[in-house]
Design a protein around this ligand. Structure first.
Ligand SMILES: [Fe+2]
Length: 212
């Protein structure tokens, strides 16, 4: 007969979630004027320059020289990303603090009706992120062109409650919203069905160890 004095006290069980994945979101405020200026600048460039061909299925992507376009609004976006990257990196609670900074480059994107971005990663970077200058039309989640990030933990997907724990994480684009995620996370953008263009700025940030 089992000893009833030896049993699990549920309140004393220590549950930890380790090796977690940082997904950062920040909704900016007071950015109406900034977004109007950026929209004008980006749509003008879209008119003047051909698209690059990376992850976009339709739509327009600039070269990765966005932060060299110049002007106050471009500088503001750079500063916002710098701060978000710095703060989000601090939150990672490293086992050792080493002096570092980031090389950030960005590009502009315009997706119109029927456009999407196939799933991809950003190799050779540390953080990747997006700022929505104009999320376009506010539509149902099946039509709004959701940003989707895929769970990189394949062991989890194949054998640890597959189908019961999420394999994808969705973010609904909103004007003025910033997001940031590790560059190794595979992600894409579902088809956008709005009439107005979806305009965003994407970035890559590579960590550099600062010389002493
Ligand atoms: Fe991307």
């Amino acid at each position: 007969m089992a000893n009833t004095n030896i049993e699990i006290n549920e309140e004393k069980i220590k549950h930890e979630n380790v090796f977690s994945l940082p997904i950062v979101q920040y909704q900016t405020t007071n950015t109406d004027k900034l977004n109007k200026e950026l929209k004008e600048i980006i749509l003008k460039k879209e008119n003047e320059l051909p698209t690059t061909n990376k992850s976009n299925q339709g739509g327009w992507q600039s070269e990765g020289d966005f932060f060299r376009w110049g002007g106050e609004s471009v500088e503001t976006i750079y500063n916002l990303f710098s701060k978000l990257i710095e703060t989000s990196t601090k939150k990672l609670n490293f086992v050792e603090n080493i002096p570092m900074d980031f090389h950030i480059y960005g590009w502009a994107n315009v997706n119109r009706k029927g456009h999407s971005n196939i799933a991809h990663i950003h190799p050779m970077s540390t953080w990747s992120g997006t700022y929505y200058v104009d999320a376009g039309d506010d539509m149902d989640e099946s039509k709004c062109g959701l940003f989707e990030a895929f769970n990189p933990n394949l062991s989890h997907l194949t054998s640890f409650f597959p189908g019961l724990l999420p394999g994808e994480h969705f973010i609904k684009p909103k004007t003025g919203l910033m997001n940031l995620f590790p560059s190794y996370v595979r992600h894409g953008v579902r088809t956008y069905y709005g009439e107005n263009p979806r305009i965003c700025i994407a970035i890559n940030a590579s960590m550099k160890i600062k010389a002493p």
